[in-house]
Design a protein around this ligand. Sequence first.
Ligand code: ADP
Ligand code: MG
Ligand code: ZN
Length: 624
Amino acid sequence: MKKPRIFTVVLYIVVLALLFTWIVSFFGNKADDLSYSQVVELFQNEQVKKFTVDGQKIYLELHKPEETTGKKNLTCALANPDSFRLEMKDLLDKQHAAGVLEDYHFVPQGSWSAYELILPLLIVGGVLLLLWFLAMGKLSNSGNPAANFGKARTTLGIQEKVTFEDVAGAEEEKEELQEIVDFLRNPAKFKEIGAKIPHGLLLVGPPGTGKTLLARAVAGEADVQFLSISGSDFVELYVGVGASRVRDLFEQAKKVAPAIVFIDEIDAVGRKRGSGLGGGHDEKEQTLNQLLVEMDGFTKNEGVIVLAATNRPDILDPALLRPGRFDRQIHVGAPDVKGREDILKVHSRGKRLDENVDLKLVARSTVGFTGADLSNLMNEAAIRAARENRKVLTMEDLNEAMMKIMAGPEKRSRVRQRKDLKETAIHEAGHAVAMYHLPTQDPVLQITIVPRGQSLGATWHIPRDDGFNPTRNQMYEEIVGLLGGRVAEALFLGDISVGASNDIDRATKLARDMVARFGMCEELGTVSYLDGGEVFIGRDYQTTKSYSEKVAGTIDDQVKLLIDKAYAQCAEILKANEDKVMAVVDHLLANESMTGAQFADCMEGREIGEATKVSLFDAHKDDM
Ligand code: ADP
Ligand code: MG
Ligand code: ZN
């Protein structure tokens, strides 16, 4: 049987989908349920639950069905959406704050009408293209769809060009790669003098640190083709497919040389061989063997350089790391403060920043963020500015974006019971008061019982230093602080809730690290009991233990002892400060939030001052 090619099928689907949306929008535009004055009335009667203004149209969702139409979802044409927005602003804000209006959006105007214009053109174009394909007989002689399986699905030259300028805060990495760039630009020079350039380089580092970006930048700097494939693409259905893809990839590269071949997630194919518990010759092994063959098969200076990325170099097959293969490693780590500032600068290109934006301060407050995190932060802030129809991005946007990234978006509209609020207030007050009495813990910036993401409340504190080398005492006191929520619930509520589960997870993990990883427990001595190597069982990898069951038991006991000790200390602190905890709870129930300064007032027995605007970046203001 003859099978149509995937491409043609996709084309059919696209054309049909476009036709369908066009028809729907065409007829959809005719029928309006309401007049403008009815819409305004609905808002005034607090009937609207959600709405979206899209172009000239408003889509409403009501709390209960409208009387005349009996429908809950209604539309209306707006002659002038901008003036509607201005007129309604105060009302919307008020209802949104009160939780009556749960959610609303203004889709930027113009996008829809342009779409409507282009749509018929697209459809006509699509139909013509289809006819052309039919005429060329492409449909009938495409043959076996599996024919393309062995081909490497590479991306060749379609992405926009990236250069070293786009990679910030990675000066050493760039310097190491410069050599490769020079070689690709002028291979003859290196050939003449007989210099050997490594043709395999391994970029090692955690996700989001810019490995892919660096690889692309090397190709961009040298102005050569960039062929990339991900290790997980190789792990496919049929035996032999991966190997033939590898062959194909290198064939393509030699054709377009000089070129960079980039193998992302090489650990997916390059795991140690022979550790599998079932048959030696599985698919991955064949793929890996082919890769090794290809890398050895280069004649010198052919102009193809293979870069690969992984965050687990320890599990790679040693054969991959032998001379002539990936014999050079470049470590790409999370950026330091200067690097973070530079990365923020790269990602604020093309965005207008308000005068109050201080990227230095943001950089200082984002310890542990990778390039990808920082890019995400800038983007979230820009989205927030755009949603509020501002053209400049402010420090408040960045602050809000950071909170969103760290804990999810704020959910003011969630209706909450007074009992819930009290539970949350006690929980958060417990964290804050405990931390206040722990010398190594960072000062509290803000306490809030406004839910955000998964959490019902939060006690914000931002680390002051880079935290690269915490001491035992610091880690222990962090555990005490983390238990503050649960301890307060137990002491002052007489019952405990699941709200503390995340705190408990983190405390347990910390305690485990202290005992089994950092040798901070006398019982077990200064020995690291990390889990051992990985064993391949069926499709999965399982970790093995490199220590006895007896030690495993001792580890568990010591972790529990440590947590129990922290719990007792926390309970002592909170019992001695019950009045303070209650004062914080009262303030939270009355005001939802408490700033760091207000908290300090409360703890030091002063009258609680006015709330000032808090920013996560405040912790680093004084370091300037
Ligand atoms: P990895 O491959 O290490 O997981 P990526 O290269 O895919 O990381 O990085 C993801 C995104 O993060 C990039 O597209 C880029 O926008 C941003 N990014 C990461 N590192 C940097 C950096 N050093 N400078 C600028 N942007 C970066
Ligand atoms: Mg990547
Ligand atoms: Zn908590």
